[in-house]
Design a protein around this ligand. Structure first.
Ligand code: 5RP
Length: 228
């Protein structure tokens, strides 16, 4: 196992130790969240998991975790999920796995959110990781032009790139498309988040601001806990 994987695993296991029987638990998406789901399943607690993607639903179901749907459980006590970047105040970039919309829906419905990651995800400023922006497929090139204008308003003169896999546009679980904006450095994440949300056709973006209550970061010296 690589060092990064060992750190992801340690963070996932530390987060699983926060779960108690009877909880409704939001299950994140990605390789770090998968370590959490595996560790959680191994505890064999009586919990209900609310998955943030079909991939996570499949993994959790295969491990025997009982699943519920967002809005059909008695709220969500705790959500545990990974991130692509963790910046100041636990501001995050998420969506590298194209699950940002369902993730944000579940995070926002949760009483508490814990982000788990390997040490490489901690950054001094957000933006080196391309910011994912989820858009509806209809008229997406026009939407992309309007995203350019919104980025320019925030002093980011960049053109977002349609995400592809094996040459084909990536589709989210909801059938939408993802554009990635290579911002470099995001000086004002809140202003950028608002500008992007104001574009018709943008469903959501990967900036998760004021949502994480705690971070558990795997490091070579063990798991470090951070608060906003
Ligand atoms: C998926 C996400 C993931 O949490 C993020 O991409 C981190 O993934 P990994 O744990 O594999 O590094 O936001 O949409």
């Amino acid at each position: 196992m690589s060092d990064a994987d060992a750190q992801k695993r340690a963070a996932g296991e530390a987060a699983a130790a926060l779960v108690r029987a009877g909880m409704v638990v939001g299950l994140g998406t990605g390789s770090t969240a998968a370590w959490f789901v595996r560790a959680l399943a191994a505890l064999k607690l009586d919990i209900v998991g609310v998955p943030t993607s079909q991939a996570t639903a499949d993994l959790a179901a295969s491990l025997g975790i009982r699943l519920g749907e967002l809005g059909e459980t008695k709220g969500i006590d705790l959500t545990v999920d990974g991130a692509d970047e963790i910046g100041p105040g636990l501001s995050l970039i998420k969506g590298g796995g194209a699950a940002l919309l369902r993730e944000k829906l579940v995070w926002e419905a949760s009483r508490s959110c814990v982000v788990i990651a390997d040490a490489a995800k901690s950054v001094e400023a957000l933006g080196k990781f391309p910011l994912p922006i989820e858009v509806v497929a209809f008229g997406h090139k026009t939407t992309a032009n309007r995203i350019c204008d919104a980025l320019a308003e925030c002093d980011l003169d960049i053109v977002p790139i349609l995400r592809r896999k094996a040459g084909e546009p990536v589709r989210t679980d909801g059938g939408n498309l993802i554009y990635d904006a290579h911002c470099g450095r995001i000086e004002e994440p809140a202003a950028l988040a608002a500008a992007l949300k104001s574009v018709t056709g943008v469903v959501d973006h990967g900036l998760f601001l004021d949502l994480a209550d705690r971070a558990l970061i795997g490091t070579p010296d063990g798991v470090v806990e951070l608060e906003p």
